[in-house]
Design a protein around this ligand. Structure first.
Ligand code: LLP
Length: 416
């Protein structure tokens, strides 16, 4: 675990977190370099028996320094926008290890992906297939593709992050996908080389993934018999983490289930983990500004807000909250931010050691979908980000300033 107490002080690796606050101020995201590397290694090892490619889901955390770690580890990326493609390539991720999903890629984004010569585009509708074929043909290219199949399997997670039921907008229904493959074989600008699924995120039960893998391997088999030799199965991301003792399975548990199926099918594997790589490697470090009590509640008001970490209000997500310096005594408190919304909370009715103004708190497991979903709501500059490597620390993104809030604005002449 990268965040541990030594003599009542919370550390990241070998560095007391209070040093980060003293150097960069708060709120500040803090990531453990070694934890990210270890989690990449665990995926590698779990699937080492078969040919595989780890395509880190950039949406979980798109910090340039983190993408650089991913590149240095020899991994690829799963991107969902021109912006993510740009950031991944700039960080040095090999385009030939990049896959591109998303239901609404624009013509410009498709063109950029073709010209960047990425490994493959994951097609999410038959209309996208037509458009991609048209653009690739115009450029005289043959673009490798996978179809993202919607297997209509319940991933058993929060409805907002479920993506594999017929009522969800993602992927192509099985029968349509089958027809899509036969159609794609006739098209001059695309080359089907893979099949893609992604069921949902924060999955703590493996049964839906194994059921979906079995289902689409059957389709791979049928297509191969009909002369379409698919090389890759991309099982998406979605592996959950333990925010609150969920007992989330690790990559080795997933491998134990699916490796036998994949070995039998002689097919290359792509995995797209995001949260499982960076989720537990990051915290949001925040300072207590005020403590106040109502007759029914004790509030701890911190300097981070829902604009910094949206997961608690958006999904009612649980993030453990720890005092950076432990004191004696206990109290039950609501930890809330300064934003003008009652949904601006990090944790309600939490039992913590006594908290006083200026204390530091760590909002745990915030490495995934933390900073990447942050906003400037209430005109709050976004937080700084730092990474810890042993006992050293490095700033990887400066805290935004007030001028960053207005830099892109223009006042029309008639208002000048
Ligand atoms: N691949 C595809 C096609 C995806 O859509 C996603 C996530 C991933 C991979 C990575 O999933 P992961 O391994 O991180 O579960 N904002 C939400 C999570 C949204 C996930 C969207 N897609 C949250 O904070 O829980």
């Amino acid at each position: 675990m990268p965040f541990t107490y030594h003599a009542g002080e919370l550390y990241c690796e070998n560095l007391p977190l209070r040093e980060i606050a003293a150097t960069y101020g708060t709120p500040c995201y803090v990531y453990s370099f070694h934890d990210i590397v270890a989690r990449v290694g665990a995926f590698r090892e779990a699937f080492s028996e078969i040919e595989h490619l780890l395509c880190y889901a950039v949406k979980a955390n798109n910090a340039g320094a983190i993408l650089r770690i991913i590149a240095q580890q020899g991994c690829g990326a799963d991107v969902v926008s021109g912006g993510e493609l740009f950031q991944s390539m700039r960080a040095g991720i090999d385009p030939n290890k990049i896959v591109y999903a998303g239901i609404g890629k624009s013509a410009q984004e498709l063109e950029e992906a073709i010209l960047a010569e990425i490994l493959m585009i994951n097609i999410e509708s038959l209309a996208e297939l037509e458009l991609l074929n048209q653009i690739a043909t115009q450029h005289g290219r043959l673009m490798p593709i996978a179809l993202r199949v919607n297997p209509d399997i319940d991933p058993q997670t929060h409805p907002y992050i479920s993506t594999s039921l017929k009522e969800n907008k993602f992927g192509i229904e099985m029968e349509q996908a089958r027809r899509g493959y036969y159609h794609a074989m006739e098209l001059p600008g695309v080359k089907p080389i893979g099949i893609h699924i992604h069921l949902g995120s924060q999955m703590v039960n493996l049964a839906p993934i194994t059921a979906a893998v079995e289902l689409i391997l059957k389709m791979v088999d049928d297509l191969r018999q009909d002369g379409l030799p698919l090389e890759y199965i991309n099982i998406g991301g979605g592996l959950g983490i333990d925010y609150h003792h969920e007992g989330a399975p690790g990559p080795q548990d997933l491998a134990a289930y699916i490796l036998p199926l994949l070995r039998a099918a002689k097919i290359k594997l792509i995995v797209e983990p995001g949260r499982a790589i960076v989720g537990r490697a990051g915290i949001l470090l925040t300072k207590v500004n005020y403590c106040k009590s109502h007759s029914k509640r004790h509030f701890v008001i911190v300097d981070a807000g829902m604009n910094d970490l949206l997961r608690p209000p958006l999904y009612n997500a649980y993030h453990e909250i720890r005092a950076v310096t432990l004191r004696t005594g206990e109290q039950v408190v609501d930890i809330v931010g300064p934003v003008c919304e009652s949904a601006d909370f990090f944790g309600c009715q939490r039992r913590l050691t006594t908290i006083k103004p200026n204390d530091l708190l760590a909002i745990m497991d915030a490495g995934a979908y933390g900073f990447s979903m942050a906003s400037n709501y209430n005109s709050r500059p976004r937080a700084a980000e730092a990474i810890v490597c042993g006992e050293e620390h490095f700033l990887i993104r400066k805290r935004e300033s007030y001028s960053d809030l207005i830099d892109l604005e223009q006042i029309p002449n008639f208002l000048a």
